[in-house]
Design a protein around this ligand. Structure first.
Ligand code: CDP
Ligand code: CDP
Length: 228
């Protein structure tokens, strides 16, 4: 049976990338982190001092930018204009501006084309905000991962603290909440659960538990597809 496409969407800190990466590994699939692509573009926009609230400026930026994910089937490495920015794109400055860049129509059109091309080989787990609704509407399995704001902020806090960033839990909660709001309310491809997505609340679940339950759903679906 041909490999399937798995879409994982949800708000910041729900556990999407951690779980998507693990699931892909266990299935022998490729993992594509679409958020990293928006982050990479934002990183360049900030570095080159582009006005990220101006649609024309963003259109100009896209024309001059080459974004690439290398090593998709193992550990994603993100490149902007041949520079590896995998580490830099996780910085709070990028997190706090990425949603403004991601609401641009031109930026989304540019990313959509790249992301669909990348997913063509099949056998892919792709995570983001609009994968099940816009990028891969035909994906055989779709998940919408969520968790309470408190749980998501706490996870992000631990993660950034471990990486050596000087962070405060309340500030992180506010930043995440603001980012979710911009992602949910934007005009193009907003963050929304696809009608055929399975909702998973990870607030009280370990990573292992979430991976296991997603894997079971995927195997169930593959069995159904095989029997047809
Ligand atoms: O890892 P985290 O949840 O913090 O965010 P991310 O997946 O790296 O995505 C960063 C931002 O990129 C999101 O807050 C969205 O603004 C944007 N994004 C998007 O608009 N569409 C996607 N498919 C993926 C990310
Ligand atoms: O991609 P997204 O923003 O949805 O979340 P993530 O970057 O995969 O996860 C954020 C943090 O939460 C990571 O440090 C994960 O290890 C942690 N996490 C967790 O503690 N429990 C879960 N069930 C899922 C993720």
């Amino acid at each position: 049976m041909r490999p399937i496409q798995i879409a994982i969407d949800g708000p910041a800190g729900a556990g999407k990338s951690t779980v998507a990466k693990r699931l892909a590994k266990e299935l022998g699939y490729c993992y594509i982190d679409t958020g990293a692509m928006y982050r990479a573009l934002t990183f360049k926009a900030l570095k080159k001092k582009y006005d990220i609230n101006n649609e024309d400026t963003l259109r100009d930026l896209i024309k001059k930018t080459h974004i690439e994910i290398k090593n998709v089937c193992k550990e994603n490495q993100i490149f902007v204009d041949s520079k590896n920015v995998t580490y830099e794109i996780r910085k709070p400055e990028v997190s706090n501006n990425v949603s403004l860049v991601a609401k641009s129509k031109h930026v989304r059109e540019y990313m959509l084309k790249l992301q669909r091309e990348m997913a063509q080989s099949g056998g892919v787990v792709m995570d983001g905000r609009d994968i099940g609704t816009v990028v891969l509407p035909e994906a055989e399995v779709k998940f919408f991962l969520t968790a309470s704001l408190q749980a998501r902020a706490h996870r992000r806090y631990l993660e950034l603290d471990k990486k050596g960033f000087n962070v405060d839990l309340d500030t992180i909660a506010q930043e995440i909440s603001l980012r979710d709001e911009i992602d949910q309310q934007r005009e193009y491809a907003p963050l929304i659960q696809a009608i055929d997505a399975i909702l998973v609340d990870t607030s009280n679940q370990t990573i292992d538990e979430v991976v296991e339950s997603l894997k079971q759903e995927v195997e169930r679906k593959i069995e159904i597809l095989n029997s047809k």
